[in-house]
Design a protein around this ligand. Structure first.
Ligand code: FAD
Ligand code: NAP
Length: 476
């Protein structure tokens, strides 16, 4: 019978990352019925991960989930340590020295590569960069995108591509009332973009858009959505896929593409063209992107596993800007197990599969870094519940393997190391300051785009943390 998790020996759990999976994991641990103390550790001063820096500014309702996260953070046994990067400000070993278990919830921050010549020419960017830039992420505030061209290509047909497409198509008047970064509004107000080509390597029935997102694009004022009948013709295997009653989303998408292929020309300022069965083979340009070559594909294989197979036919799309929106990818934290091929932390139901050289570690994982970069905010709740169920079932093993020192807390460790962390009260000050700046500007919120400004706002009023530490990152 484990003593861990009782009043005489509360279990201390570190959660690395404050996105949805981090908050849902914290909630599940806090509600486990055990005596626990949960520390959420976030590399930025501000919480909420991709809810703040991914979810599109013109979809404010989805951000209301932060009200739930707020309630989790206010639980008496949940603490927030912002501005602490695990692997840099504090090592994993150090975290293990003051927690019984560590749960990785640090998301998938980099991107998949196409591995096609010219992919990194100036003018060819990842959607990740653009999304983080328009959402005001401090690491991307100085990114630049040449919006002076008329043709933009987006490669990939998932919901991130749909977000990018909307931001490029919507009027600045509409966007400027949201929490979009001011630098993005300024750049978008000068945009000359007229045609957005959204290119998929497979067919209309395999596009990964949610039909709701697609219909939103179709309904944009002053923007015509087009598709071409010959590109959306269905295969026999497509028919099988679409006849599956669980595949209603694809049926709705295919219907939308059919409507687009029948739409008559109109005098809109902008056009979105959906192209199918095209894989990029080379990015061309002297000093910057001028065109992209594609191989025309056909679909091969059975229903639900149809793959794109190149034919001899090719196509070129002239463009001055490209966003590669082919999925995010996780990266390793020093000294933690990592599956390089899949870009995630290897695990069994959330229990990290540790190296044979060091097998007895109390490491767990949830969210995008557990299962890969897919799923909406809510998906992470069930995922974190699964992980915490595994963790609770492991209680005796955790007690046996724990490296936590009874007299070392995370707060005292960070103070010893002179890491200028912020707590949840500090975040509330940042939040207040952003909301009030937003009010002045007629926006829902105006985000700070530098860590220094966040820390100044956090430190306004009565402070619990002395920020005058040496070594504060100059990068921001
Ligand atoms: P994240 O949200 O990425 O959180 C990870 C956190 O860990 C971040 O705060 C990060 O700063 C922190 N971190 C990283 N490394 C470290 C470290 N070393 N130390 C400390 N902290 C660290 N879903 C919807 O339901 N609706 C939407 O409208 C929607 N829009 C989206 C738009 C985009 C562009 C993207 C990419 C995703 C969108 N999603 C949406 C999906 C949703 O955002 C994800 O399912 C969810 O955010 C994944 O949660 P996570 O906690 O695993 O990762
Ligand atoms: P995604 O849904 O997986 O879409 C990725 C797209 O890239 C697919 O069309 C995929 O095609 C294509 N692709 C992958 N590798 C490619 C390659 N080598 N060459 C050409 N194309 C390639 O990923 P995402 O758009 O990044 O979204 C991530 C998750 O966040 C999803 O679960 C999404 O639903 C969620 N999200 C939700 C919202 C929302 O709810 N509003 C908004 C944004 C994101 P194949 O199908 O052929 O692989």
């Amino acid at each position: 019978m484990a003593n861990l998790g009782t009043q005489s020996r509360p279990m201390r759990v570190a959660i690395v990352g404050s996105g949805p999976s981090g908050f849902y994991a914290a909630e599940a641990v806090a509600n486990s019925g055990l005596d626990v103390e949960v520390n959420i550790i976030e590399k930025l001063p501000v919480p909420f991960g991709l809810v703040r820096y991914g979810v599109a500014p013109d979809h404010p309702k989805l951000k209301k989930v932060t009200m739930i996260f707020h309630q989790i953070a206010e639980k008496p046994n949940v603490n927030y340590f912002g501005n602490v990067k695990v692997g840099e400000d504090v090592s994993l070993q150090e975290l293990e020295s003051c927690h019984d278990a560590v749960v990785f919830c640090y998301g998938a921050e980099t991107d998949r590569q196409l591995n096609v010549p010219g992919e990194n020419l100036p003018g060819s960017h990842t959607a990740t960069e653009f999304v983080a830039w328009y959402n005001g992420h401090p690491d991307y505030k100085n990114a630049t995108f040449d919006l002076s061209c008329e043709d933009v290509v987006i490669i990939g047909q998932g919901n991130v591509a749909a977000d990018v497409c909307r931001i490029l198509s919507k009027s600045v008047d509409e966007l400027s009332k949201t929490d979009i970064a001011e630098h993005a509004i300024e750049a978008l107000s000068k945009s000359k973009v007229r045609r957005i080509h959204v290119v998929g390597r497979r067919g209309a029935a395999q596009a990964k858009f949610s039909s709701r997102e697609l219909k939103e694009l179709e309904a944009l004022p002053n923007c015509l959505s087009r598709a071409y009948a010959e590109e959306i013709a269905l295969t026999t295997a497509d028919d099988v896929e679409l006849a599956d009653p669980t595949n209603y989303n694809s049926v709705a998408c295919v219907d939308a593409f059919k409507r687009m292929s029948e739409a008559s020309d109109s005098n809109t300022d902008k056009e979105i063209e959906f192209h199918f069965l095209l894989s990029p083979t080379a990015f061309h340009g002297n000093e910057k992107l001028e065109a992209i070559s594609f191989a025309r594909n056909r679909l091969a294989g059975d229903a639900f596993s149809q793959a794109a197979e190149a034919t001899d036919s090719t196509q070129e799309i002239p463009c001055g800007l490209c966003f590669r929106s082919i999925g995010y990818r996780g990266k390793p934290i020093e000294d933690a197990p990592f599956d390089e091929r899949r870009g995630l932390v290897p695990n069994e139901k959330g229990r990290v599969i540790c190296d044979e050289s060091n097998p007895n570690r109390n490491l767990y994982v949830s969210g995008w870094i557990k299962r890969g970069p897919s799923g909406i905010i809510g998906t992470n709740r069930a995922d974190s519940i699964e992980t915490v169920e595994t963790l609770v079932a492991d209680l005796e093993r955790i007690e046996r393997n724990s490296k936590a020192k009874a007299d070392l807390t995370l707060g005292s460790l960070l103070q010893q190391k002179r890491v200028p962390y912020v707590d949840y009260e500090h975040w509330k000050r940042i939040d207040d300051a952003e909301l009030s700046m937003g009010k002045t500007l007629g926006k829902s919120r105006n985000k700070f785009t530098s860590v220094t400004d966040m820390l100044i706002a956090a430190n306004s009023g009565v402070s619990q943390v002395d920020y005058d530490y040496p070594g504060q990152s100059e990068a921001y």
